[in-house]
Design a protein around this ligand. Structure first.
Ligand SMILES: [Zn+2]
Length: 410
C-alpha cells in the first residue's frame, strides 16, 4: 500500500522517485563512509546499517546502548517513526502510520535483561514491539555527541553564534601511515578520500606525505608487484598519513588493500588520544548582544514551554544581571557545569541539577534547569532531518503523540 508522504510524494509509487536512484552528495553527509544508494525497497537490516552510518555507534558513551535494539530485521522497511522514547503511544502511532521502524533518542533496552517476562515497562514494551512486527533503533549519546543535533537544536533556537563543543570527545581518531610506490600515490590517496579518510572537523581530504626510498626482498613463494624473488629491491615510495574517525577503520583498510598494488601492504594504524572539537557533549556560544537575565530566561521558557528552576540571584552576583555567553546541554548534562564556567558562560542550561550544583556553581554562572524531556524533544526533529536524506523513498515522520512522561502543576 502506498501512502502520501509530507510534500506529496508517495512512498513507492512516484515514477520520479523510481528513476531518482542517485548517489548522495557526500559533502552534505560527512559521517557517511561511502555513497549510499537511495532505493525504493530495503530490509530493516539494511536500514539499520545506514542508520549506523548516520549515527556511528563509535560516538556513544561507554555505558550506553545505541543502535539496533530489538525486532525482526528480515522484514521489508515500511517507514520510520522518530520519537523520544518507546511508549504505548508511539507503538500505536507507528501502526496507524504504517511505519515499522521506531527510531528513538532514549534506548528501550538500557539495563541488561536476563529474562523477558510479563513484568516491568521494558519487558512489556518489548513484547508489544515484537508482537506488532516493529523494530527499535536508538540514537542516544552518539546523537548527543553530534553538535548540530541535540544541543544544536537548543543553541539554534536561542540564537547562539560561534558555538563550540563544551566537552569534546577524545579517543575517537585513528591515524593510518602507509607506504605506496610513487607512481600510485595519487590514485591511492583518492581512493582513501572516497571512503572518508582525512576528515577533520570542517575539513576533508586532509593528508600528509613525504617521499622516500623503501627496500624489500621478495622471498620464496612471493608474487611481487615489483622486483624478483631473492633480490633486494629499492623503490621510491611515498609515506602517506591520514587521520579519520575510528568507525571508518574497516572501510578505509579495505579501500587501502584494494587500491594498493603490493601483495603485502606496509602500514601502521595508531589510536590518537587528543580531543576532537567536532564531536562532544554540550555547546557554548554567544548571543548577538547581551540581554537581561530575565529576558534570557523568558526566551528559554517560551521555546521549551516548561517552568524553569534557576540559581538564586544572590548565589550568582551577575554584574548587571546581563547574559551574553550561554552554555547548554540537552538531557541530563548537569555535571558539565564546571566546563560551562571555565568557558566563561554567564548561563548554563541543562536538566537534572542537584542541590549541591546550585550551591557549588558560584561566580557569574547562572544554572538554569528545565525538564529533561523538554530539552530533548527538539532533537527528535534533528534526528528526522538527518535520517530523511538517506531514506528519500520512505516516510520518515516525527511522532505526534506526547513525548513527555511528566506534566507540571500550574
Ligand atoms: Zn535524555
Amino acid at each position: 500500500m502506498t501512502r502520501a508522504r509530507p510534500g506529496g510524494e508517495t512512498r513507492f509509487g512516484s515514477k520520479g522517485l523510481r528513476e531518482a536512484i542517485t548517489w548522495l552528495d557526500k559533502s552534505t553527509l560527512p559521517l557517511v563512509q561511502q555513497p549510499i544508494r537511495v532505493q525504493e525497497a530495503m530490509l530493516i537490516d539494511e536500514a539499520v546499517r545506514i542508520l549506523d552510518q548516520i549515527f556511528p555507534p563509535g560516538l556513544q558513551q561507554s555505558y550506553d546502548r545505541c543502535g539496533f535494539q530489538c525486532g525482526r530485521t528480515d522484514r521489508p522497511l515500511t517507514g520510520i517513526l522518530v520519537g523520544l522514547d518507546v511508549s504505548d503511544e508511539l507503538i500505536e502511532e507507528a501502526l496507524e502510520q504504517g511505519c515499522n521502524l521506531l527510531v528513538t533518542h532514549h534506548p528501550l533496552l538500557f539495563d541488561p535483561l536476563t529474562r523477558i517476562g510479563n513484568s516491568g515497562r521494558v519487558e512489556r514494551l518489548v513484547h508489544r514491539v515484537l508482537e506488532a512486527g516493529l523494530a527499535v533503533y536508538a540514537a542516544h549519546t552518539n546523537a548527543d555527541a553530534m553538535p548540530d543535533t541535540v544541543s544544536g537544536a537548543l543553541a539554534d533556537a536561542l540564537g547562539l553564534r560561534n558555538t563550540r563543543v563544551l566537552d569534546p570527545l577524545k579517543g575517537i581518531l585513528r591515524q593510518l601511515v602507509v607506504y605506496i610506490p610513487a607512481d600510485h600515490a595519487e590514485t591511492f590517496r583518492e581512493a582513501l578520500f572516497q571512503v572518508g579518510a582525512g576528515h577533520l572537523g570542517n575539513y576533508g581530504e586532509a593528508s600528509f606525505g613525504v617521499l622516500g626510498r623503501g627496500t624489500f626482498k621478495p622471498l620464496d613463494g612471493a608474487q611481487p608487484f615489483l622486483g624478483q624473488v631473492g633480490q633486494r629491491e629499492e623503490v621510491e615510495e611515498w609515506r602517506l598519513e591520514f587521520v579519520f574517525e575510528a568507525w571508518k577503520t574497516p572501510a578505509i583498510l579495505e579501500a587501502m588493500t584494494l587500491a594498493h598494488p603490493y601483495q603485502e601492504v606496509a602500514y601502521q594504524l595508531y589510536p590518537l588520544e587528543q580531543k576532537v572539537s567536532g564531536y562532544g557533549m554540550g555547546l557554548v556560544g554567544d548571543l548577538e548582544q547581551e540581554i537581561p537575565l530575565q529576558t534570557a530566561l523568558q526566551r528559554i521558557k517560551d521555546f521549551l514551554g516548561c517552568p524553569l528552576r534557576y540559581s538564586r540571584p544572590s548565589q550568582t552576583p551577575l554584574e548587571g544581571g546581563r547574559i551574553r555567553r550561554i552554555a547548554l546541554c540537552g538531557g541530563a548534562g548537569a555535571s558539565l557545569w564546571p566546563l560551562a564556567q571555565a568557558a566563561g558562560a554567564d548561563l548554563y542550561l541543562s536538566s537534572e541539577f542537584k542541590h549541591h550544583h546550585f550551591l557549588d556553581a558560584g561566580g557569574r554562572l547562572v544554572l538554569v534547569e528545565a525538564g529533561h524531556a523538554e530539552t530533548e524533544i527538539p532533537a527528535c526533529d534533528r534526528l528526522r532531518q538527518r535520517i530523511t536524506p538517506l531514506f528519500r523513498t520512505f516516510a520518515v515522520l516525527n511522532a505526534r503523540s506526547s513525548q513527555n512522561p511528566t506534566v507540571y502543576l500550574t
